[in-house]
Design a protein around this ligand. Structure first.
Ligand SMILES: *Cc1c(COP(=O)(O)O)cnc(C)c1O
Length: 377
């Protein structure tokens, strides 16, 4: 089947693409976002071009070249890229089929790692107490990656992003905060009086902040993607949307998320900072980030084909390979023997897109039901 490779900005419905196109940002929006993040996650915030650049900064700060870092065995290539860029050694740990987070029993054999990246896959919280105990026992440092999970809470009510030494956010396409691109890292400081940052901390981390604005081409791509997405979605009714999106990618007017370049010198656009801040505030109000519901099916290609026939657009699987997207998978040398669950999940997972309502999904669920693998709801 023809597998759509892009989300087509499907979250930007109801004219959100229009607002995105015309939101004007100022320098003070960057400052406002920085301060909001610093306060929310209790530390010093640095705004970055994307999540992987933010993660690289975090890793460089806390680890030495060659240190082993435990990475969830079901993840995005961006994470792998950041670990490598920081000069560290990624160690993939197998996952549990229940929540797509670490299989805790299998973590033990990676006790020689110096750090662990907690990703709360698809918004499912890890057993944070267990991770903390494991990390403490082995003198390991925890970094929280909030790309999937900004706004969620762990079982003990602490919010994700308030536990590790640093929290990394991505504002990329389809992330829990989505302004097409951008990222940030909050370094937990708190050595000063009343757990606040010291003057030294503030100086150190503002010195680390990227000073250059985004490349004009990246800025324009971030600006126009939701509009192009809306146009392509409309054109799918006459079967032209997929073709147009492919052309837009070919001429580089749209960039696939995974191809975003790691760049430690550039910050996000000002209008993105403004939009991120709005989304963060909404997150606080609802306290309910959109999670991706998932299930496992056999013959996934066939299921997707059936769904497409019924007019559903289920593209953008998270994830189609243990480290996705597929076109980067070979580079990773993923230890498939050690991570059978991750391999199984990548082959069978289906995510229910968050842009459909419960009612919309009713027929889709009926189609999926016939293909469901045993042992999951
Ligand atoms: C997407 C993603 C990131 C960061 O992605 P960028 O495209 O660099 O913003 C980090 N971690 C996970 C788990 C992700 O899915």
């Amino acid at each position: 089947m023809r597998h759509y490779f892009l989300g087509m900005a499907a979250e930007y419905t109801d004219g959100r693409w229009f607002k995105h196109l015309f939101t004007m940002g100022r320098r003070r929006d960057l400052d406002a976002l920085k301060h909001f993040l610093a306060k929310k996650y209790n530390g010093e915030a640095v705004l970055c071009k994307n999540g992987r650049s933010a993660l690289t900064l975090a890793l460089k700060e806390y680890f030495k070249t060659g240190d082993k870092i435990i990475v969830n065995g079901f993840t995005c290539y961006a994470v792998y890229e950041a670990v490598k860029a920081a000069g560290l050694k990624p160690v993939f740990a197998d996952i549990s089929r229940e929540d797509l987070n670490f299989d805790y029993d299998k973590l033990e054999k990676h006790g020689d790692a110096k750090g662990i990246i907690v990703q709360n896959t698809l918004g499912n919280p890890v057993d944070i107490k267990r991770i903390e105990k494991f990390a403490n026992e082995h003198g390991m440092t925890i970094i929280e990656d909030l790309a999937h999970c900004a706004g969620i809470r762990y079982a003990d009510k602490r919010e994700a992003g308030t536990v590790g030494v640093a929290s990394v956010l991505s504002f990329g396409k389809d992330k829990s905060i989505d302004t097409v691109s951008g990222g940030a890292v909050v370094f937990r400081t708190g050595a000063g009086e009343n757990g606040e940052s010291t003057e030294q901390d503030t100086q150190k981390f503002s010195g680390m902040a990227p000073s250059k604005g985004p490349r004009p081409s990246d800025h324009l791509r971030a600006r126009f993607y939701p509009m192009f997405g809306a146009l392509c979605r409309t054109l799918t009714y006459v079967k032209l949307g997929g073709g147009l999106m492919r052309v837009l990618v070919k001429i580089h007017w749209v960039e696939k998320s995974a191809d975003s370049k790691l760049d430690l010198e550039r910050r996000p656009s000002k209008f993105e900072a403004k939009l991120v801040l709005r989304q963060l505030k909404d997150l606080r109000r609802t306290g309910e980030p959109a999670l991706r519901e998932f299930c496992f099916v056999r013959d996934r290609a066939e299921v997707l084909k059936k769904l497409q026939k019924k007019g559903y657009y289920f593209g953008g699987l998270w994830y189609e390979k243990p480290v996705s997207p597929a076109r980067y998978y070979q580079k990773v040398h993923f230890p498939e023997d050690e991570c059978p669950n991750a391999v199984y999940v990548a082959e069978h997972i289906l995510n229910l897109p968050t842009y459909y309502t419960r009612k919309d999904l009713k027929k889709a669920r009926e189609i999926i039901k016939e293909y469901k693998e045993e042992g999951n709801e």
